[in-house]
Write a new protein. Structure first.
Lengths: 110, 118
């Protein structure tokens, strides 16, 4: 059972928008910023969003992040087939004194 | 180019020891922490802990304290994760990653698959 809660799957047709939620508590998301990672099995995870809503260089602006209270979300607009991957949220946690991750959301492009 | 390159897949028997590696290049190895993460089959990512290569200061997640050992060799820019006695439940993919100033992991290794048979 992951500390952060994500839906196991999400799907949408190409060109549409999909949103992934990430729910935590006051010891993690409520007190710290949230990061998002994209992971294609067999490859290295990739940092997609850091500090709630910042995109590293090279990440398309189709990807956006937001946070409110103890929840965060990742939105992918203009969905493309190459966006099919697992997406993980993460935040520092006071109880662990380290980062905690969500269980991951598998995005399928229909 | 900043990279973390991990050692190859391992197949071991329960009770055996193992040391896997994570070689850094393209940046000053001693100025960034290196974290280790575990991904068990069909599961999400778990933070195992972190090491600072400059002085080998280490922090372990309580779930992994006493189960694994982190080390680093500054002379070859390489971090290590080792087990003294593997269990079947150690079967997983292990990733090393570099946290940057925001604590986000901006660079990841490609992962090392560890398979332990009982």
């Amino acid at each position: 059972q992951s500390v952060l809660t994500q839906p196991p799957s999400a799907s949408e047709t190409p060109g549409q928008r999909v949103t992934i939620s990430c729910s935590g508590s006051s010891s993690n998301i409520g007190s710290y910023t949230v990061d998002w990672y994209q992971h294609l099995p067999g490859t290295a995870p990739k940092l997609l969003i850091y500090s709630n809503n910042q995109r590293p260089s090279g990440v398309p602006d189709r990807f956006s992040g937001s946070k409110s209270g103890t929840s965060a979300s990742l939105a992918i607009s203009g969905l493309q087939s190459e966006d099919e991957a697992d997406y993980y949220c993460a935040a520092w946690d006071d109880n662990l004194n380290g980062p905690v991750f969500g269980g991951g959301t598998k995005v399928t492009v229909l | 180019e900043v990279r973390l390159v991990q050692s190859g897949a391992e197949v071991k028997k329960a009770g055996q020891s193992l040391k896997i590696s994570c070689k850094a290049s393209g940046y000053r190895f001693t100025t960034y922490w290196i974290a280790w993460m575990r991904q068990m089959p069909g599961k999400g990512l778990e933070w195992m802990g972190i090491i600072y290569p400059s002085d080998s200061d280490t922090r372990y997640s309580p779930s992994f304290q006493g189960q694994v050992t982190f080390s680093a060799d500054r002379s070859i820019n390489t971090a290590y994760l080792q087990w003294s006695s593997l269990k079947a439940s150690d079967t997983a993919i292990y990733y090393c990653a570099r946290p940057e100033t925001s604590r986000a992991f901006d660079i990841w290794g490609q992962g090392t698959v560890v398979t332990v048979s009982s």
